[in-house]
Design a protein around this ligand. Structure first.
Ligand code: CA
Length: 213
């Protein structure tokens, strides 16, 4: 009898611990991971490098899956090649004033990255939103360099599920930036952690059964 009582008293704790485990694993699954290198994205990702586009073409620019735009936009395809970031700024790119870019996906994606040329001011940031306009993760701040056109970087997100419907790149007033190698990938749907949820349900049920017994 004493052993049964001890077992029963521990069941709620066990169930609670299981709940915490499920919550922790779930949070890890849905959390976005900021990335700062093209190599962090899937090798099968689609890359828009602007090389085949006519110089001077203005936004919106689309490849059928993503629309690249700028809210008040005069962004256009420019010829100048920047090579500070090998493999990214080596040819045509998209730039000019103003300095906010939006990326809207016809079908949400799980991975996104973009080369950013010459961000100089703090608080230049990248944010990802779901199809309801909800912020998926706090914005990440784009690494910045000294003024003068000698700096470029690469930033993005990798998520477990394809829930990124829009990405917004916001630069600070007066800071001219450009983008290149807009990269995206759609991961196949990942099912919810069903086995763990079932384990939790089972433990709760066991606890209830023990109490009744
Ligand atoms: Ca390019």
């Amino acid at each position: 009898m004493v052993r049964t009582a001890d077992w029963n008293s521990r069941l709620p704790l066990l169930a609670f611990a299981s709940l915490l485990l499920v919550a922790a694993l779930w949070a890890q699954t849905v959390k976005a991971a900021p990335i700062f290198s093209p190599g962090a994205l899937d090798p099968g990702a689609t890359i828009i490098d602007f090389e085949s586009m006519t110089l001077g073409t203005t936004v919106p620019i689309t490849d059928g899956q993503v629309v690249i735009d700028s809210p008040t936009g005069s962004m256009k395809i420019l010829p100048q090649g920047y090579t500070q970031y090998p493999g990214v700024f080596e040819g045509q790119y998209l730039g000019q004033w103003p300095t906010t870019f939006t990326f809207d996906f016809a079908n949400p994606v799980s991975e996104f990255g973009v080369g950013v040329f010459d961000p100089n001011y703090p608080n230049t940031n990248l944010a990802a939103y779901d199809s309801q306009g909800g912020l998926l993760e706090p914005q990440i701040f784009v690494p910045t360099g000294s003024p003068g056109g000698g700096w470029s970087t690469f930033v993005g997100f990798v998520r477990a599920n394809a829930d990124i419907a829009q990405v917004v790149l916001t630069a600070q007033s007066g800071d001219l930036i450009g983008i290149d190698n807009v990269t995206y990938f759609r991961e196949a749907a990942v099912p919810a952690p069903a086995p763990l949820a079932l384990l939790l349900v089972g433990l709760v049920g066991l606890a209830a059964a023990r109490r009744r017994g």
